[in-house]
Design a protein around this ligand. Structure first.
Ligand SMILES: Nc1ncnc2c1ncn2[C@@H]1O[C@H](COP(=O)(O)OP(=O)(O)OP(=O)(O)O)[C@@H](O)[C@H]1O
Ligand SMILES: [Mg+2]
Length: 492
């Protein structure tokens, strides 16, 4: 219920959570919009708690930072309430509910601003205690605003006993909060890690069927690598989010060291990250994501070409693969065009080489020096080193796959044989791959797997999807890149 007062006029209810109900109101004195949070009465039954609430609120009101929703006033009375800055825009929860995960550069900006806000509060010795997507609002200028700062902290563990409910949201609380241990600013970093992990992957790092199960997992299990959930995620982001999820608070990194690491990466990569990324994303997530995919496709593609020029084949494979992850839209077309151009160049050079060889062959034959054994010997040699060109990737994609070919050979294992490379990704990911009966692990194969050249039976299995079977050919010194959309089946 909106409290009786002389100054604030209720406009409408904005929402309601575990701790109170939030209203948009008009401040009739200063003639501006404000947000009023009326705390649930059962949370402030004791006088000591009410006093603590008022004192803490005053401390929070002293923090002034662009990434923190300002607390203007705290009003005591029958229904105590907080008066906060009104932020237009949507909560992060809103965007995650619609889009599951955020693109890399948006994640960078979100991480930086979130950490800025937390650092400012921690400097004033204020802990948030309930960092979660519904407490993060992205405003129309691309600012990340942390709301409800300190509200959970105001209501300490006495309140838990009084109300019988857990303050803090199970998916985002730290192990030390679960165990009622010593709470510190590092607890906020754990919650931020949970939030960012979810924003990067679309899933919680500690999933569970019920709050109890979630809390058990928070205390006892290690989260999966973010890249296993979302292969597109930058390694530097994945590592950062995992480091925030350390079970021991003292093992979580300092905010400054994370910020330095991220800034270094962005500077070296020459990628552009600013508030504009958040602003563009919130204006149209789909358009922005397409644009960012294109930027990151070019980014990895350039790196791959550079690695290829420097003769670093393994790196080149890795970057080409990563570029491929971002080329699902308009980028693909451009890539194919570029590749077919360089393929024509290669074909022309091969043609020239062929003419020269023929000339040499005629010369040798004429001179009576040609010996059959020499030719046989030359053909049986393993050709090293492997030189992969991007043409190979593009020309072999989808060509060497067949549903009907029946010859399946096991690769010779006793003596060295010519090798090719294989990369496989599937949608959905984490499908089990069997090649010639051998378990190759789960998709995506993010680095090229070295395989003896030959024809193989490929089987891909994933629970909830139809098993896929293909016959593929791995050719000598070649890389076969396969991408499959697995057909889902309804599990009764
Ligand atoms: N300062 C603000 N400016 C604009 N809207 C806000 C502000 N604070 C909260 N809101 C809106 O009010 C909604 C409800 O907020 P509330 O804090 O009550 O819920 P919650 O965050 O889901 O739960 P909890 O009580 O656990 O924090 C939010 O989802 C958000 O849309
Ligand atoms: Mg809230």
């Amino acid at each position: 219920m909106f409290p009786d007062n002389d100054r604030y006029q209720c406009e409408r209810e904005l929402g309601s959570g575990a701790m109170g109900t939030v209203y948009l109101a008009k401040d009739t004195k200063l003639k501006r919009n404000v947000t009023i949070k009326v705390l649930h009465p059962h949370l402030l039954v004791k006088d000591t708690l009410r006093k603590r609430f008022l004192n803490e609120a005053r401390a929070i009101a002293s923090v002034n930072h662009p990434n923190i929703v300002s607390l203007y006033d705290v009003v005591d009375g029958e229904h105590p309430f907080l008066v906060m800055e009104y932020i237009q825009g949507h909560t992060l929860e809103h965007y995650l509910a619609k889009n599951a995960s955020l693109p890399n550069l948006v994640l960078f900006e979100l991480t930086q601003q979130l950490l800025e806000g937390l650092a400012a509060a921690h400097e004033s010795h204020i802990i948030h205690r309930d960092i979660k997507p519904s407490n993060i609002i992205i405003d129309p200028r691309g600012y990340v605003k942390i709301t409800d700062f300190g509200v959970a902290h105001i209501l300490n563990q006495d309140t838990l006993t009084v109300s019988g409910q857990i303050l803090g949201t199970p998916q985002y609380i730290s192990p030390e909060v679960v165990k009622m241990g010593c709470l510190s600013d590092k607890s906020d970093l754990f919650s931020a890690g949970c939030l960012l992990y979810r924003a990067a992957t679309g899933t919680s790092p500690f999933p569970g069927d019920n709050p109890h199960h979630v809390m058990q997992n928070i205390c006892n299990t290690s989260p999966q690598e973010p890249s296993e959930q979302n292969p597109k995620i930058f390694a530097v982001l994945g590592e950062t989010f995992i480091s925030l999820l350390a079970k021991k608070p003292e093992e979580r990194p300092a905010i400054k060291s994370i910020q330095d690491k991220l800034v270094r990466f962005i500077t070296e990569s020459e990628l552009q990250v600013s508030r504009q990324n958040l602003l563009d994303y919130t204006s149209s997530p789909a358009d922005y994501t397409r644009k960012e995919n294109h930027i990151l496709y070019s980014y990895y593609h350039k790196k791959a070409q550079k690695a290829e020029r420097n003769g670093n084949t393994t790196q080149a494979h890795r970057y080409f693969y990563q570029a491929g992850l971002f080329n699902e839209d308009s980028g693909t077309k451009k890539w194919v065009q570029q590749k077919s151009f360089s393929f024509n160049k290669t074909a022309f050079l091969s043609f020239l080489a062929g003419v020269c060889c023929l000339g040499l062959f005629a010369f040798l034959f004429y001179d009576g020096l040609f010996q059959k054994e020499n030719v046989t010997h030359a053909n049986s040699q393993i050709q090293e080193p492997l030189v992969l060109s991007a043409d190979t990737i593009i020309t072999k994609t989808k060509i060497e796959v067949s549903d009907t070919e029946s010859v399946v050979t096991q690769p010779p294992t006793t003596k060295p044989s010519p090798k090719g490379f294989l990369l496989i990704k599937t949608r959905p990911p984490f499908a089990q791959i069997f090649l010639g009966g051998k378990d190759l692990g789960k998709t995506p194969l993010s680095t090229p797997t070295r395989i003896n050249a030959g024809i193989y039976k490929l089987v891909i299995q994933k629970k909830g999807c139809k098993t896929l079977q293909k016959t593929i050919r791995i050719s000598k010194n070649d890389t076969l890149i396969l991408a499959f959309e697995l057909e889902r089946i309804d599990l009764e």
